[in-house]
Design a protein around this ligand. Structure first.
Ligand SMILES: CC(=O)N[C@H]1[C@@H](OP(=O)(O)OP(=O)(O)OC[C@H]2O[C@@H](n3ccc(=O)[nH]c3=O)[C@H](O)[C@@H]2O)O[C@H](CO)[C@@H](O)[C@@H]1O[C@H](C)C(=O)N[C@@H](C)C(=O)N[C@H](CCC(=O)N[C@@H](CCC[C@@H](N)C(=O)O)C(=O)O)C(=O)O
Ligand code: ATP
Ligand SMILES: C[C@@H](N)C(=O)N[C@H](C)C(=O)O
Length: 449
């Protein structure tokens, strides 16, 4: 249950209809294409639609009240007793309602941001914390100005810990989300190059990520990447691999199914591959410790990870090959991190990289694409690229290593045909690009049906 129309009167004084009846509202509807029994309809003005034109459908789908932008005429067909709350802006009102719900439920709030690893760290945190607390967390990647409120509205009233992923591609966006959520804990996973097109520099990205402290309370705590020089001196707990961090991962053993590492003498086994995920895990175990969990409880959570797909997701490929689907998103930092993982992968020795364009890298996109080649070594047998700017990757690899097979494609089908011709039992393929490239289509084409 989210609220009642009676409670909403205290937030939104300008209303019509039988709001005083205290109608129970059990969910929020922002999409009339999805049923919402006893829901509050919040019409959002988007890129393709203005949802104000769907009020009739909303009522049909189960809405029992609605927010309404004051500068838009209310349709004549609206029943006189149907509660409508008039607001300046429905999105801002939705965020205010979410803040009110958090104040009512009073969970411990954990906010996670960073250029890479937000979803992974959020999923890890949820898997660990739910061992001890009633935990609600962001589903998938619903992490923006709309996704965060929707996550809050879906929170059960008995929630003890709320884990929110906070994304951004412009300055100021995380500040809004942090002030909405008022986190007790914040995590900054890393500072990469994601969305640098809009931010202009990594320094600006770091500043934007630190907006996560905007809504902090007096006792709130930041846990962050201590290896990142742009964050040096920030108040909080530093995590990472350097000797000077507060929580250092040591004695790291990377293997094909995950890793083993120690932090302050406690040993952890993480069933997630990649050294970058060791650091993500240190954020989580540090958070869990602050919430009173012991290493055994944390390890139990690591052993029951429920992860969102398309993040180094391993599937069986044609000819008995292994395929790692890392197609949700990509930036130079994350692309280099997974290439390092592929070089260390032991189960297969014929290693193929399929790399697509990375978006929103701005003016320096081509040189940032080329920089990915710095991680490629002759351990990699083939690099196939697709898109516009990723040609810079294969060109730079070819310049560095004549032994590595390189090819660039504009069309997925051509790349798929070449890739199928290369596959052998001993092959391992890693596929990665920005979301907009939709390279999961390549993964599908080379995996066993
Ligand atoms: C606004 C919205 O929710 N849109 C969703 C909608 O898109 P559609 O094009 O159909 O509608 P419009 O947005 O034009 O319409 C406005 C509203 O009208 C509703 N509506 C439409 C038709 C209809 O018949 N009835 C209706 O009621 C509609 O529902 C809208 O509310 O549907 C799509 C398909 O389901 C959704 O994909 C689309 O969702 C958008 C993309 C969205 O922002 N969803 C959030 C809930 C979300 O969190 N999505 C995440 C991705 C977030 C992300 O990209 N994060 C970035 C950081 C970026 C931060 C910020 N600057 C930003 O730009 O987002 C990151 O790097 O992680 C997800 O989908 O995974
Ligand atoms: N700490 C990290 N450092 C560098 N790369 C990372 C890190 N964590 C994850 N990655 C890489 O980034 C990819 C995306 O991970 P994830 O989806 O968790 O990040 P995200 O921040 O949620 O991304 P997005 O901004 O697209 O939502 C992973 O598959 C992996 O390749
Ligand atoms: C999906 C959104 N979070 C994102 O990462 N956009 C990049 C730049 C893309 O479109 O792939």
């Amino acid at each position: 249950m989210i609220t009642t129309t009676e409670t909403m009167i205290s937030l939104f004084h300008d209303f019509k209809g039988d709001a005083h009846r205290g109608i129970h509202i059990e969910s929020v509807m922002t999409d009339t294409r999805v049923p919402g029994r006893k829901s509050l309809f919040i019409p959002i003005v988007g890129e393709n639609f203005d949802a104000h034109s769907f009020l009739d459908k909303a009522i049909e789908q189960g809405a029992v009240a609605a927010l309404w932008q004051k500068d838009i005429d209310l349709p004549a067909y609206v029943p006189t007793d149907f509660p409508v709350f008039f607001v300046e802006d429905t999105l801002t009102a939705m965020q205010r309602l979410a803040n009110e719900y958090i104040r009512r439920v009073e969970p411990t709030v954990v906010a996670i941001t960073g250029s890479n690893g937000k979803t992974t760290t959020k999923d890890m945190a949820a898997s660990v914390l739910r061992k001890k607390f009633r935990t609600h967390y962001t589903k998938g990647n619903l992490n923006n100005h709309i996704g965060v409120p929707l996550t809050v509205f879906a929170m059960p009233e008995n929630t003890e810990v709320l884990v929110l992923e906070m994304g951004m591609n412009r300055a100021g966006e995380i500040e809004v989300l942090s002030e909405l959520a008022r986190p007790h804990y914040g995590i900054v996973t890393n500072i990469g190059e994601s969305h640098i097109e809009h931010l202009g520099s990594r320094e600006n990205i770091a500043t934007a990520k630190l907006e996560i402290t905007a809504g902090f309370r007096e006792s709130s705590l930041l846990i962050y990447d201590g290896d990142e020089k742009l964050l040096a001196g920030t108040k909080g707990i530093t995590c990472g691999f350097s000797d000077y961090v507060d929580r250092k991962a040591e004695n790291i053993l990377l293997h094909d199914e995950g890793s083993r590492f120690q932090v302050e003498g406690s040993t952890y086994d993480l069933p997630l591959v990649g050294k970058h995920n060791v650091k993500n895990a240190v954020y989580v175990l540090t958070l869990a410790e602050k919430l009173g969990m012991n290493p055994e409880e944390v390890q139990s959570g690591f052993g029951e990870l429920t992860m969102t797909g398309m993040r180094l997701e391993k599937v069986l490929g044609l000819q008995g090959s292994h395929v790692f689907n890392d197609t949700y998103n990509a930036s130079p930092t994350s692309m280099k991190a997974v290439i390092d993982f592929l070089k260390q992968y032991q189960a297969k020795s014929h290693k193929i990289l399929v790399l697509g364009d990375m978006f929103e890298l701005g003016y320096h996109s081509r040189e940032l694409h080329a920089s990915v080649a710095e991680s490629v070594t002759p351990d990699i047998d083939a690099v196939l690229s697709i898109g516009e700017d990723s040609r810079a990757i294969t060109e730079e690899v070819a310049r560095r290593f004549s032994s590595v097979l390189t090819a660039h494609y504009k069309e997925k089908q051509e790349l798929i045909e070449k890739l199928k011709s290369l596959l052998q039992e001993d092959s391992v393929v890693l596929v990665k690009a920005s979301r907009g490239m939709k390279l999961e289509e390549v993964v599908t084409a080379i995996t066993n049906e």
